[in-house]
Design a protein around this ligand. Sequence first.
Ligand code: PA5
Length: 447
Amino acid sequence: MGIFKIGIDRIYGRASAAEVSALKGEIEAANRMLHDGSGAGNDFLGWVGLPQEVTPECLKTIGDCARSLASLADVIVVIGIGGSYLGTKAVLEAMSDSFAPLHGKQDKPVLLFAGQNLSEDYMAELLAAVKPYRLATIVISKSGTTTEPAVAFRIIKKEIEERYGKAEAAKRIVAVTDAKRGALRTLAEREGYATFVIPDNVGGRYSVLTPVGLLPLAAAGVDVAELVRGAQDMAAATGVDVPFEENPAALYAAARTALYRKGCKIEILGSYDPKLLYVAEWWKQLYGESEGKDGKGIFPASVTLTADLHSMGQYIQQGERTLMETIVSIDRPKHEVRIESDPDNLDGLNYLSGKRIGEVNRMAEMGTMLAHVDGGVPNIRIELPELNEYYLGALLYFFEKACGMSGYALGVNPFDQPGVEAYKKNMFALLGKPGFEEQGEELRRRL
Ligand code: PA5
């Protein structure tokens, strides 16, 4: 058995086993292209071998910096957007106690996020919330020029400098950015901040296993060595030497590609544990930015279950039959809570007496899977034995690898995102950024 189970046999009502197997050559070729760099976007393939490159020395350097920040701060504001934000948020949420804020003072700093939106109220409330706490920041931007994190950093930097003075502030600010280029690199060097490099050949949405994710996660007390170990094992399990039938990422890529070709244009990633909500957000960015181009691509959507069975469940069961569903299932909950017998049984729940909530959740999951399959929604199942750093690291790399293969099978460059520029040009023009004057006038006329 592999690191975790992947089940694709419940897609066969829509795409047959033979149709999935017929993709073997195409998917294996795509995997080879990821390894030999012969495909589109081959200057962004650094993530393929990344897990193996995270040495104990790298982890030590990251750990030292994380410990130093943690010793200075109760709150670390992690500034970044897109790939410079979602991986950290995904792992943090998955690994955190859902009610940590109510457990009083923690021995690790709390991570708060900024620069992932332009909400004035969010920023005002964040500034107010951090006032009583010792503060530090990790600012993450590969390009070093993205507007949202740059705006947030200007504000947080001022807050830290006003509190501690410039010299002390420099110890509380760490920048993760390009080795040479970008405004953040220039600023960091001038101000003397500690810096970490995002390798040139690793794009934002594939960067969670670089200091982009590892530094803030280490500061928050996440076992990043285990995260990397999971990714390393998954890298080995999805290598070019692994037969198609045993390569989980190849099977997933083939299943979703076969379904897409059979008219399933939307993939819903679902989970029965709300801790995985941001894993789904990370996954949506990974697949959305990698595949959605040239008028093609599966639209990635997500649901958290059972909550969304009481909202999106209706559509999934009976709406347009353009959906496929991928469920990330967790076999063993961390904790045990049983439903006790009640002598009055007014709620009629005594038939559940003695059962764990996890068992009820599991039956909801099984029942829903069968209902959705019966309703014409093909189902892919990814089963993690438990939710810990190791399996999470394996899951993240699994999705990255499958995304690269799927993108090549789709015939797109999975490593660029030219469409992201359109909104930026309009925003700059409307805000009067020098150089955008003409477009600004034109856009204002249209508004
Ligand atoms: O995946 C990507 O490349 C993007 O989502 C980027 O991560 C995002 O736009 C942020 O870019 P940067 O890190 O340059 O600020």
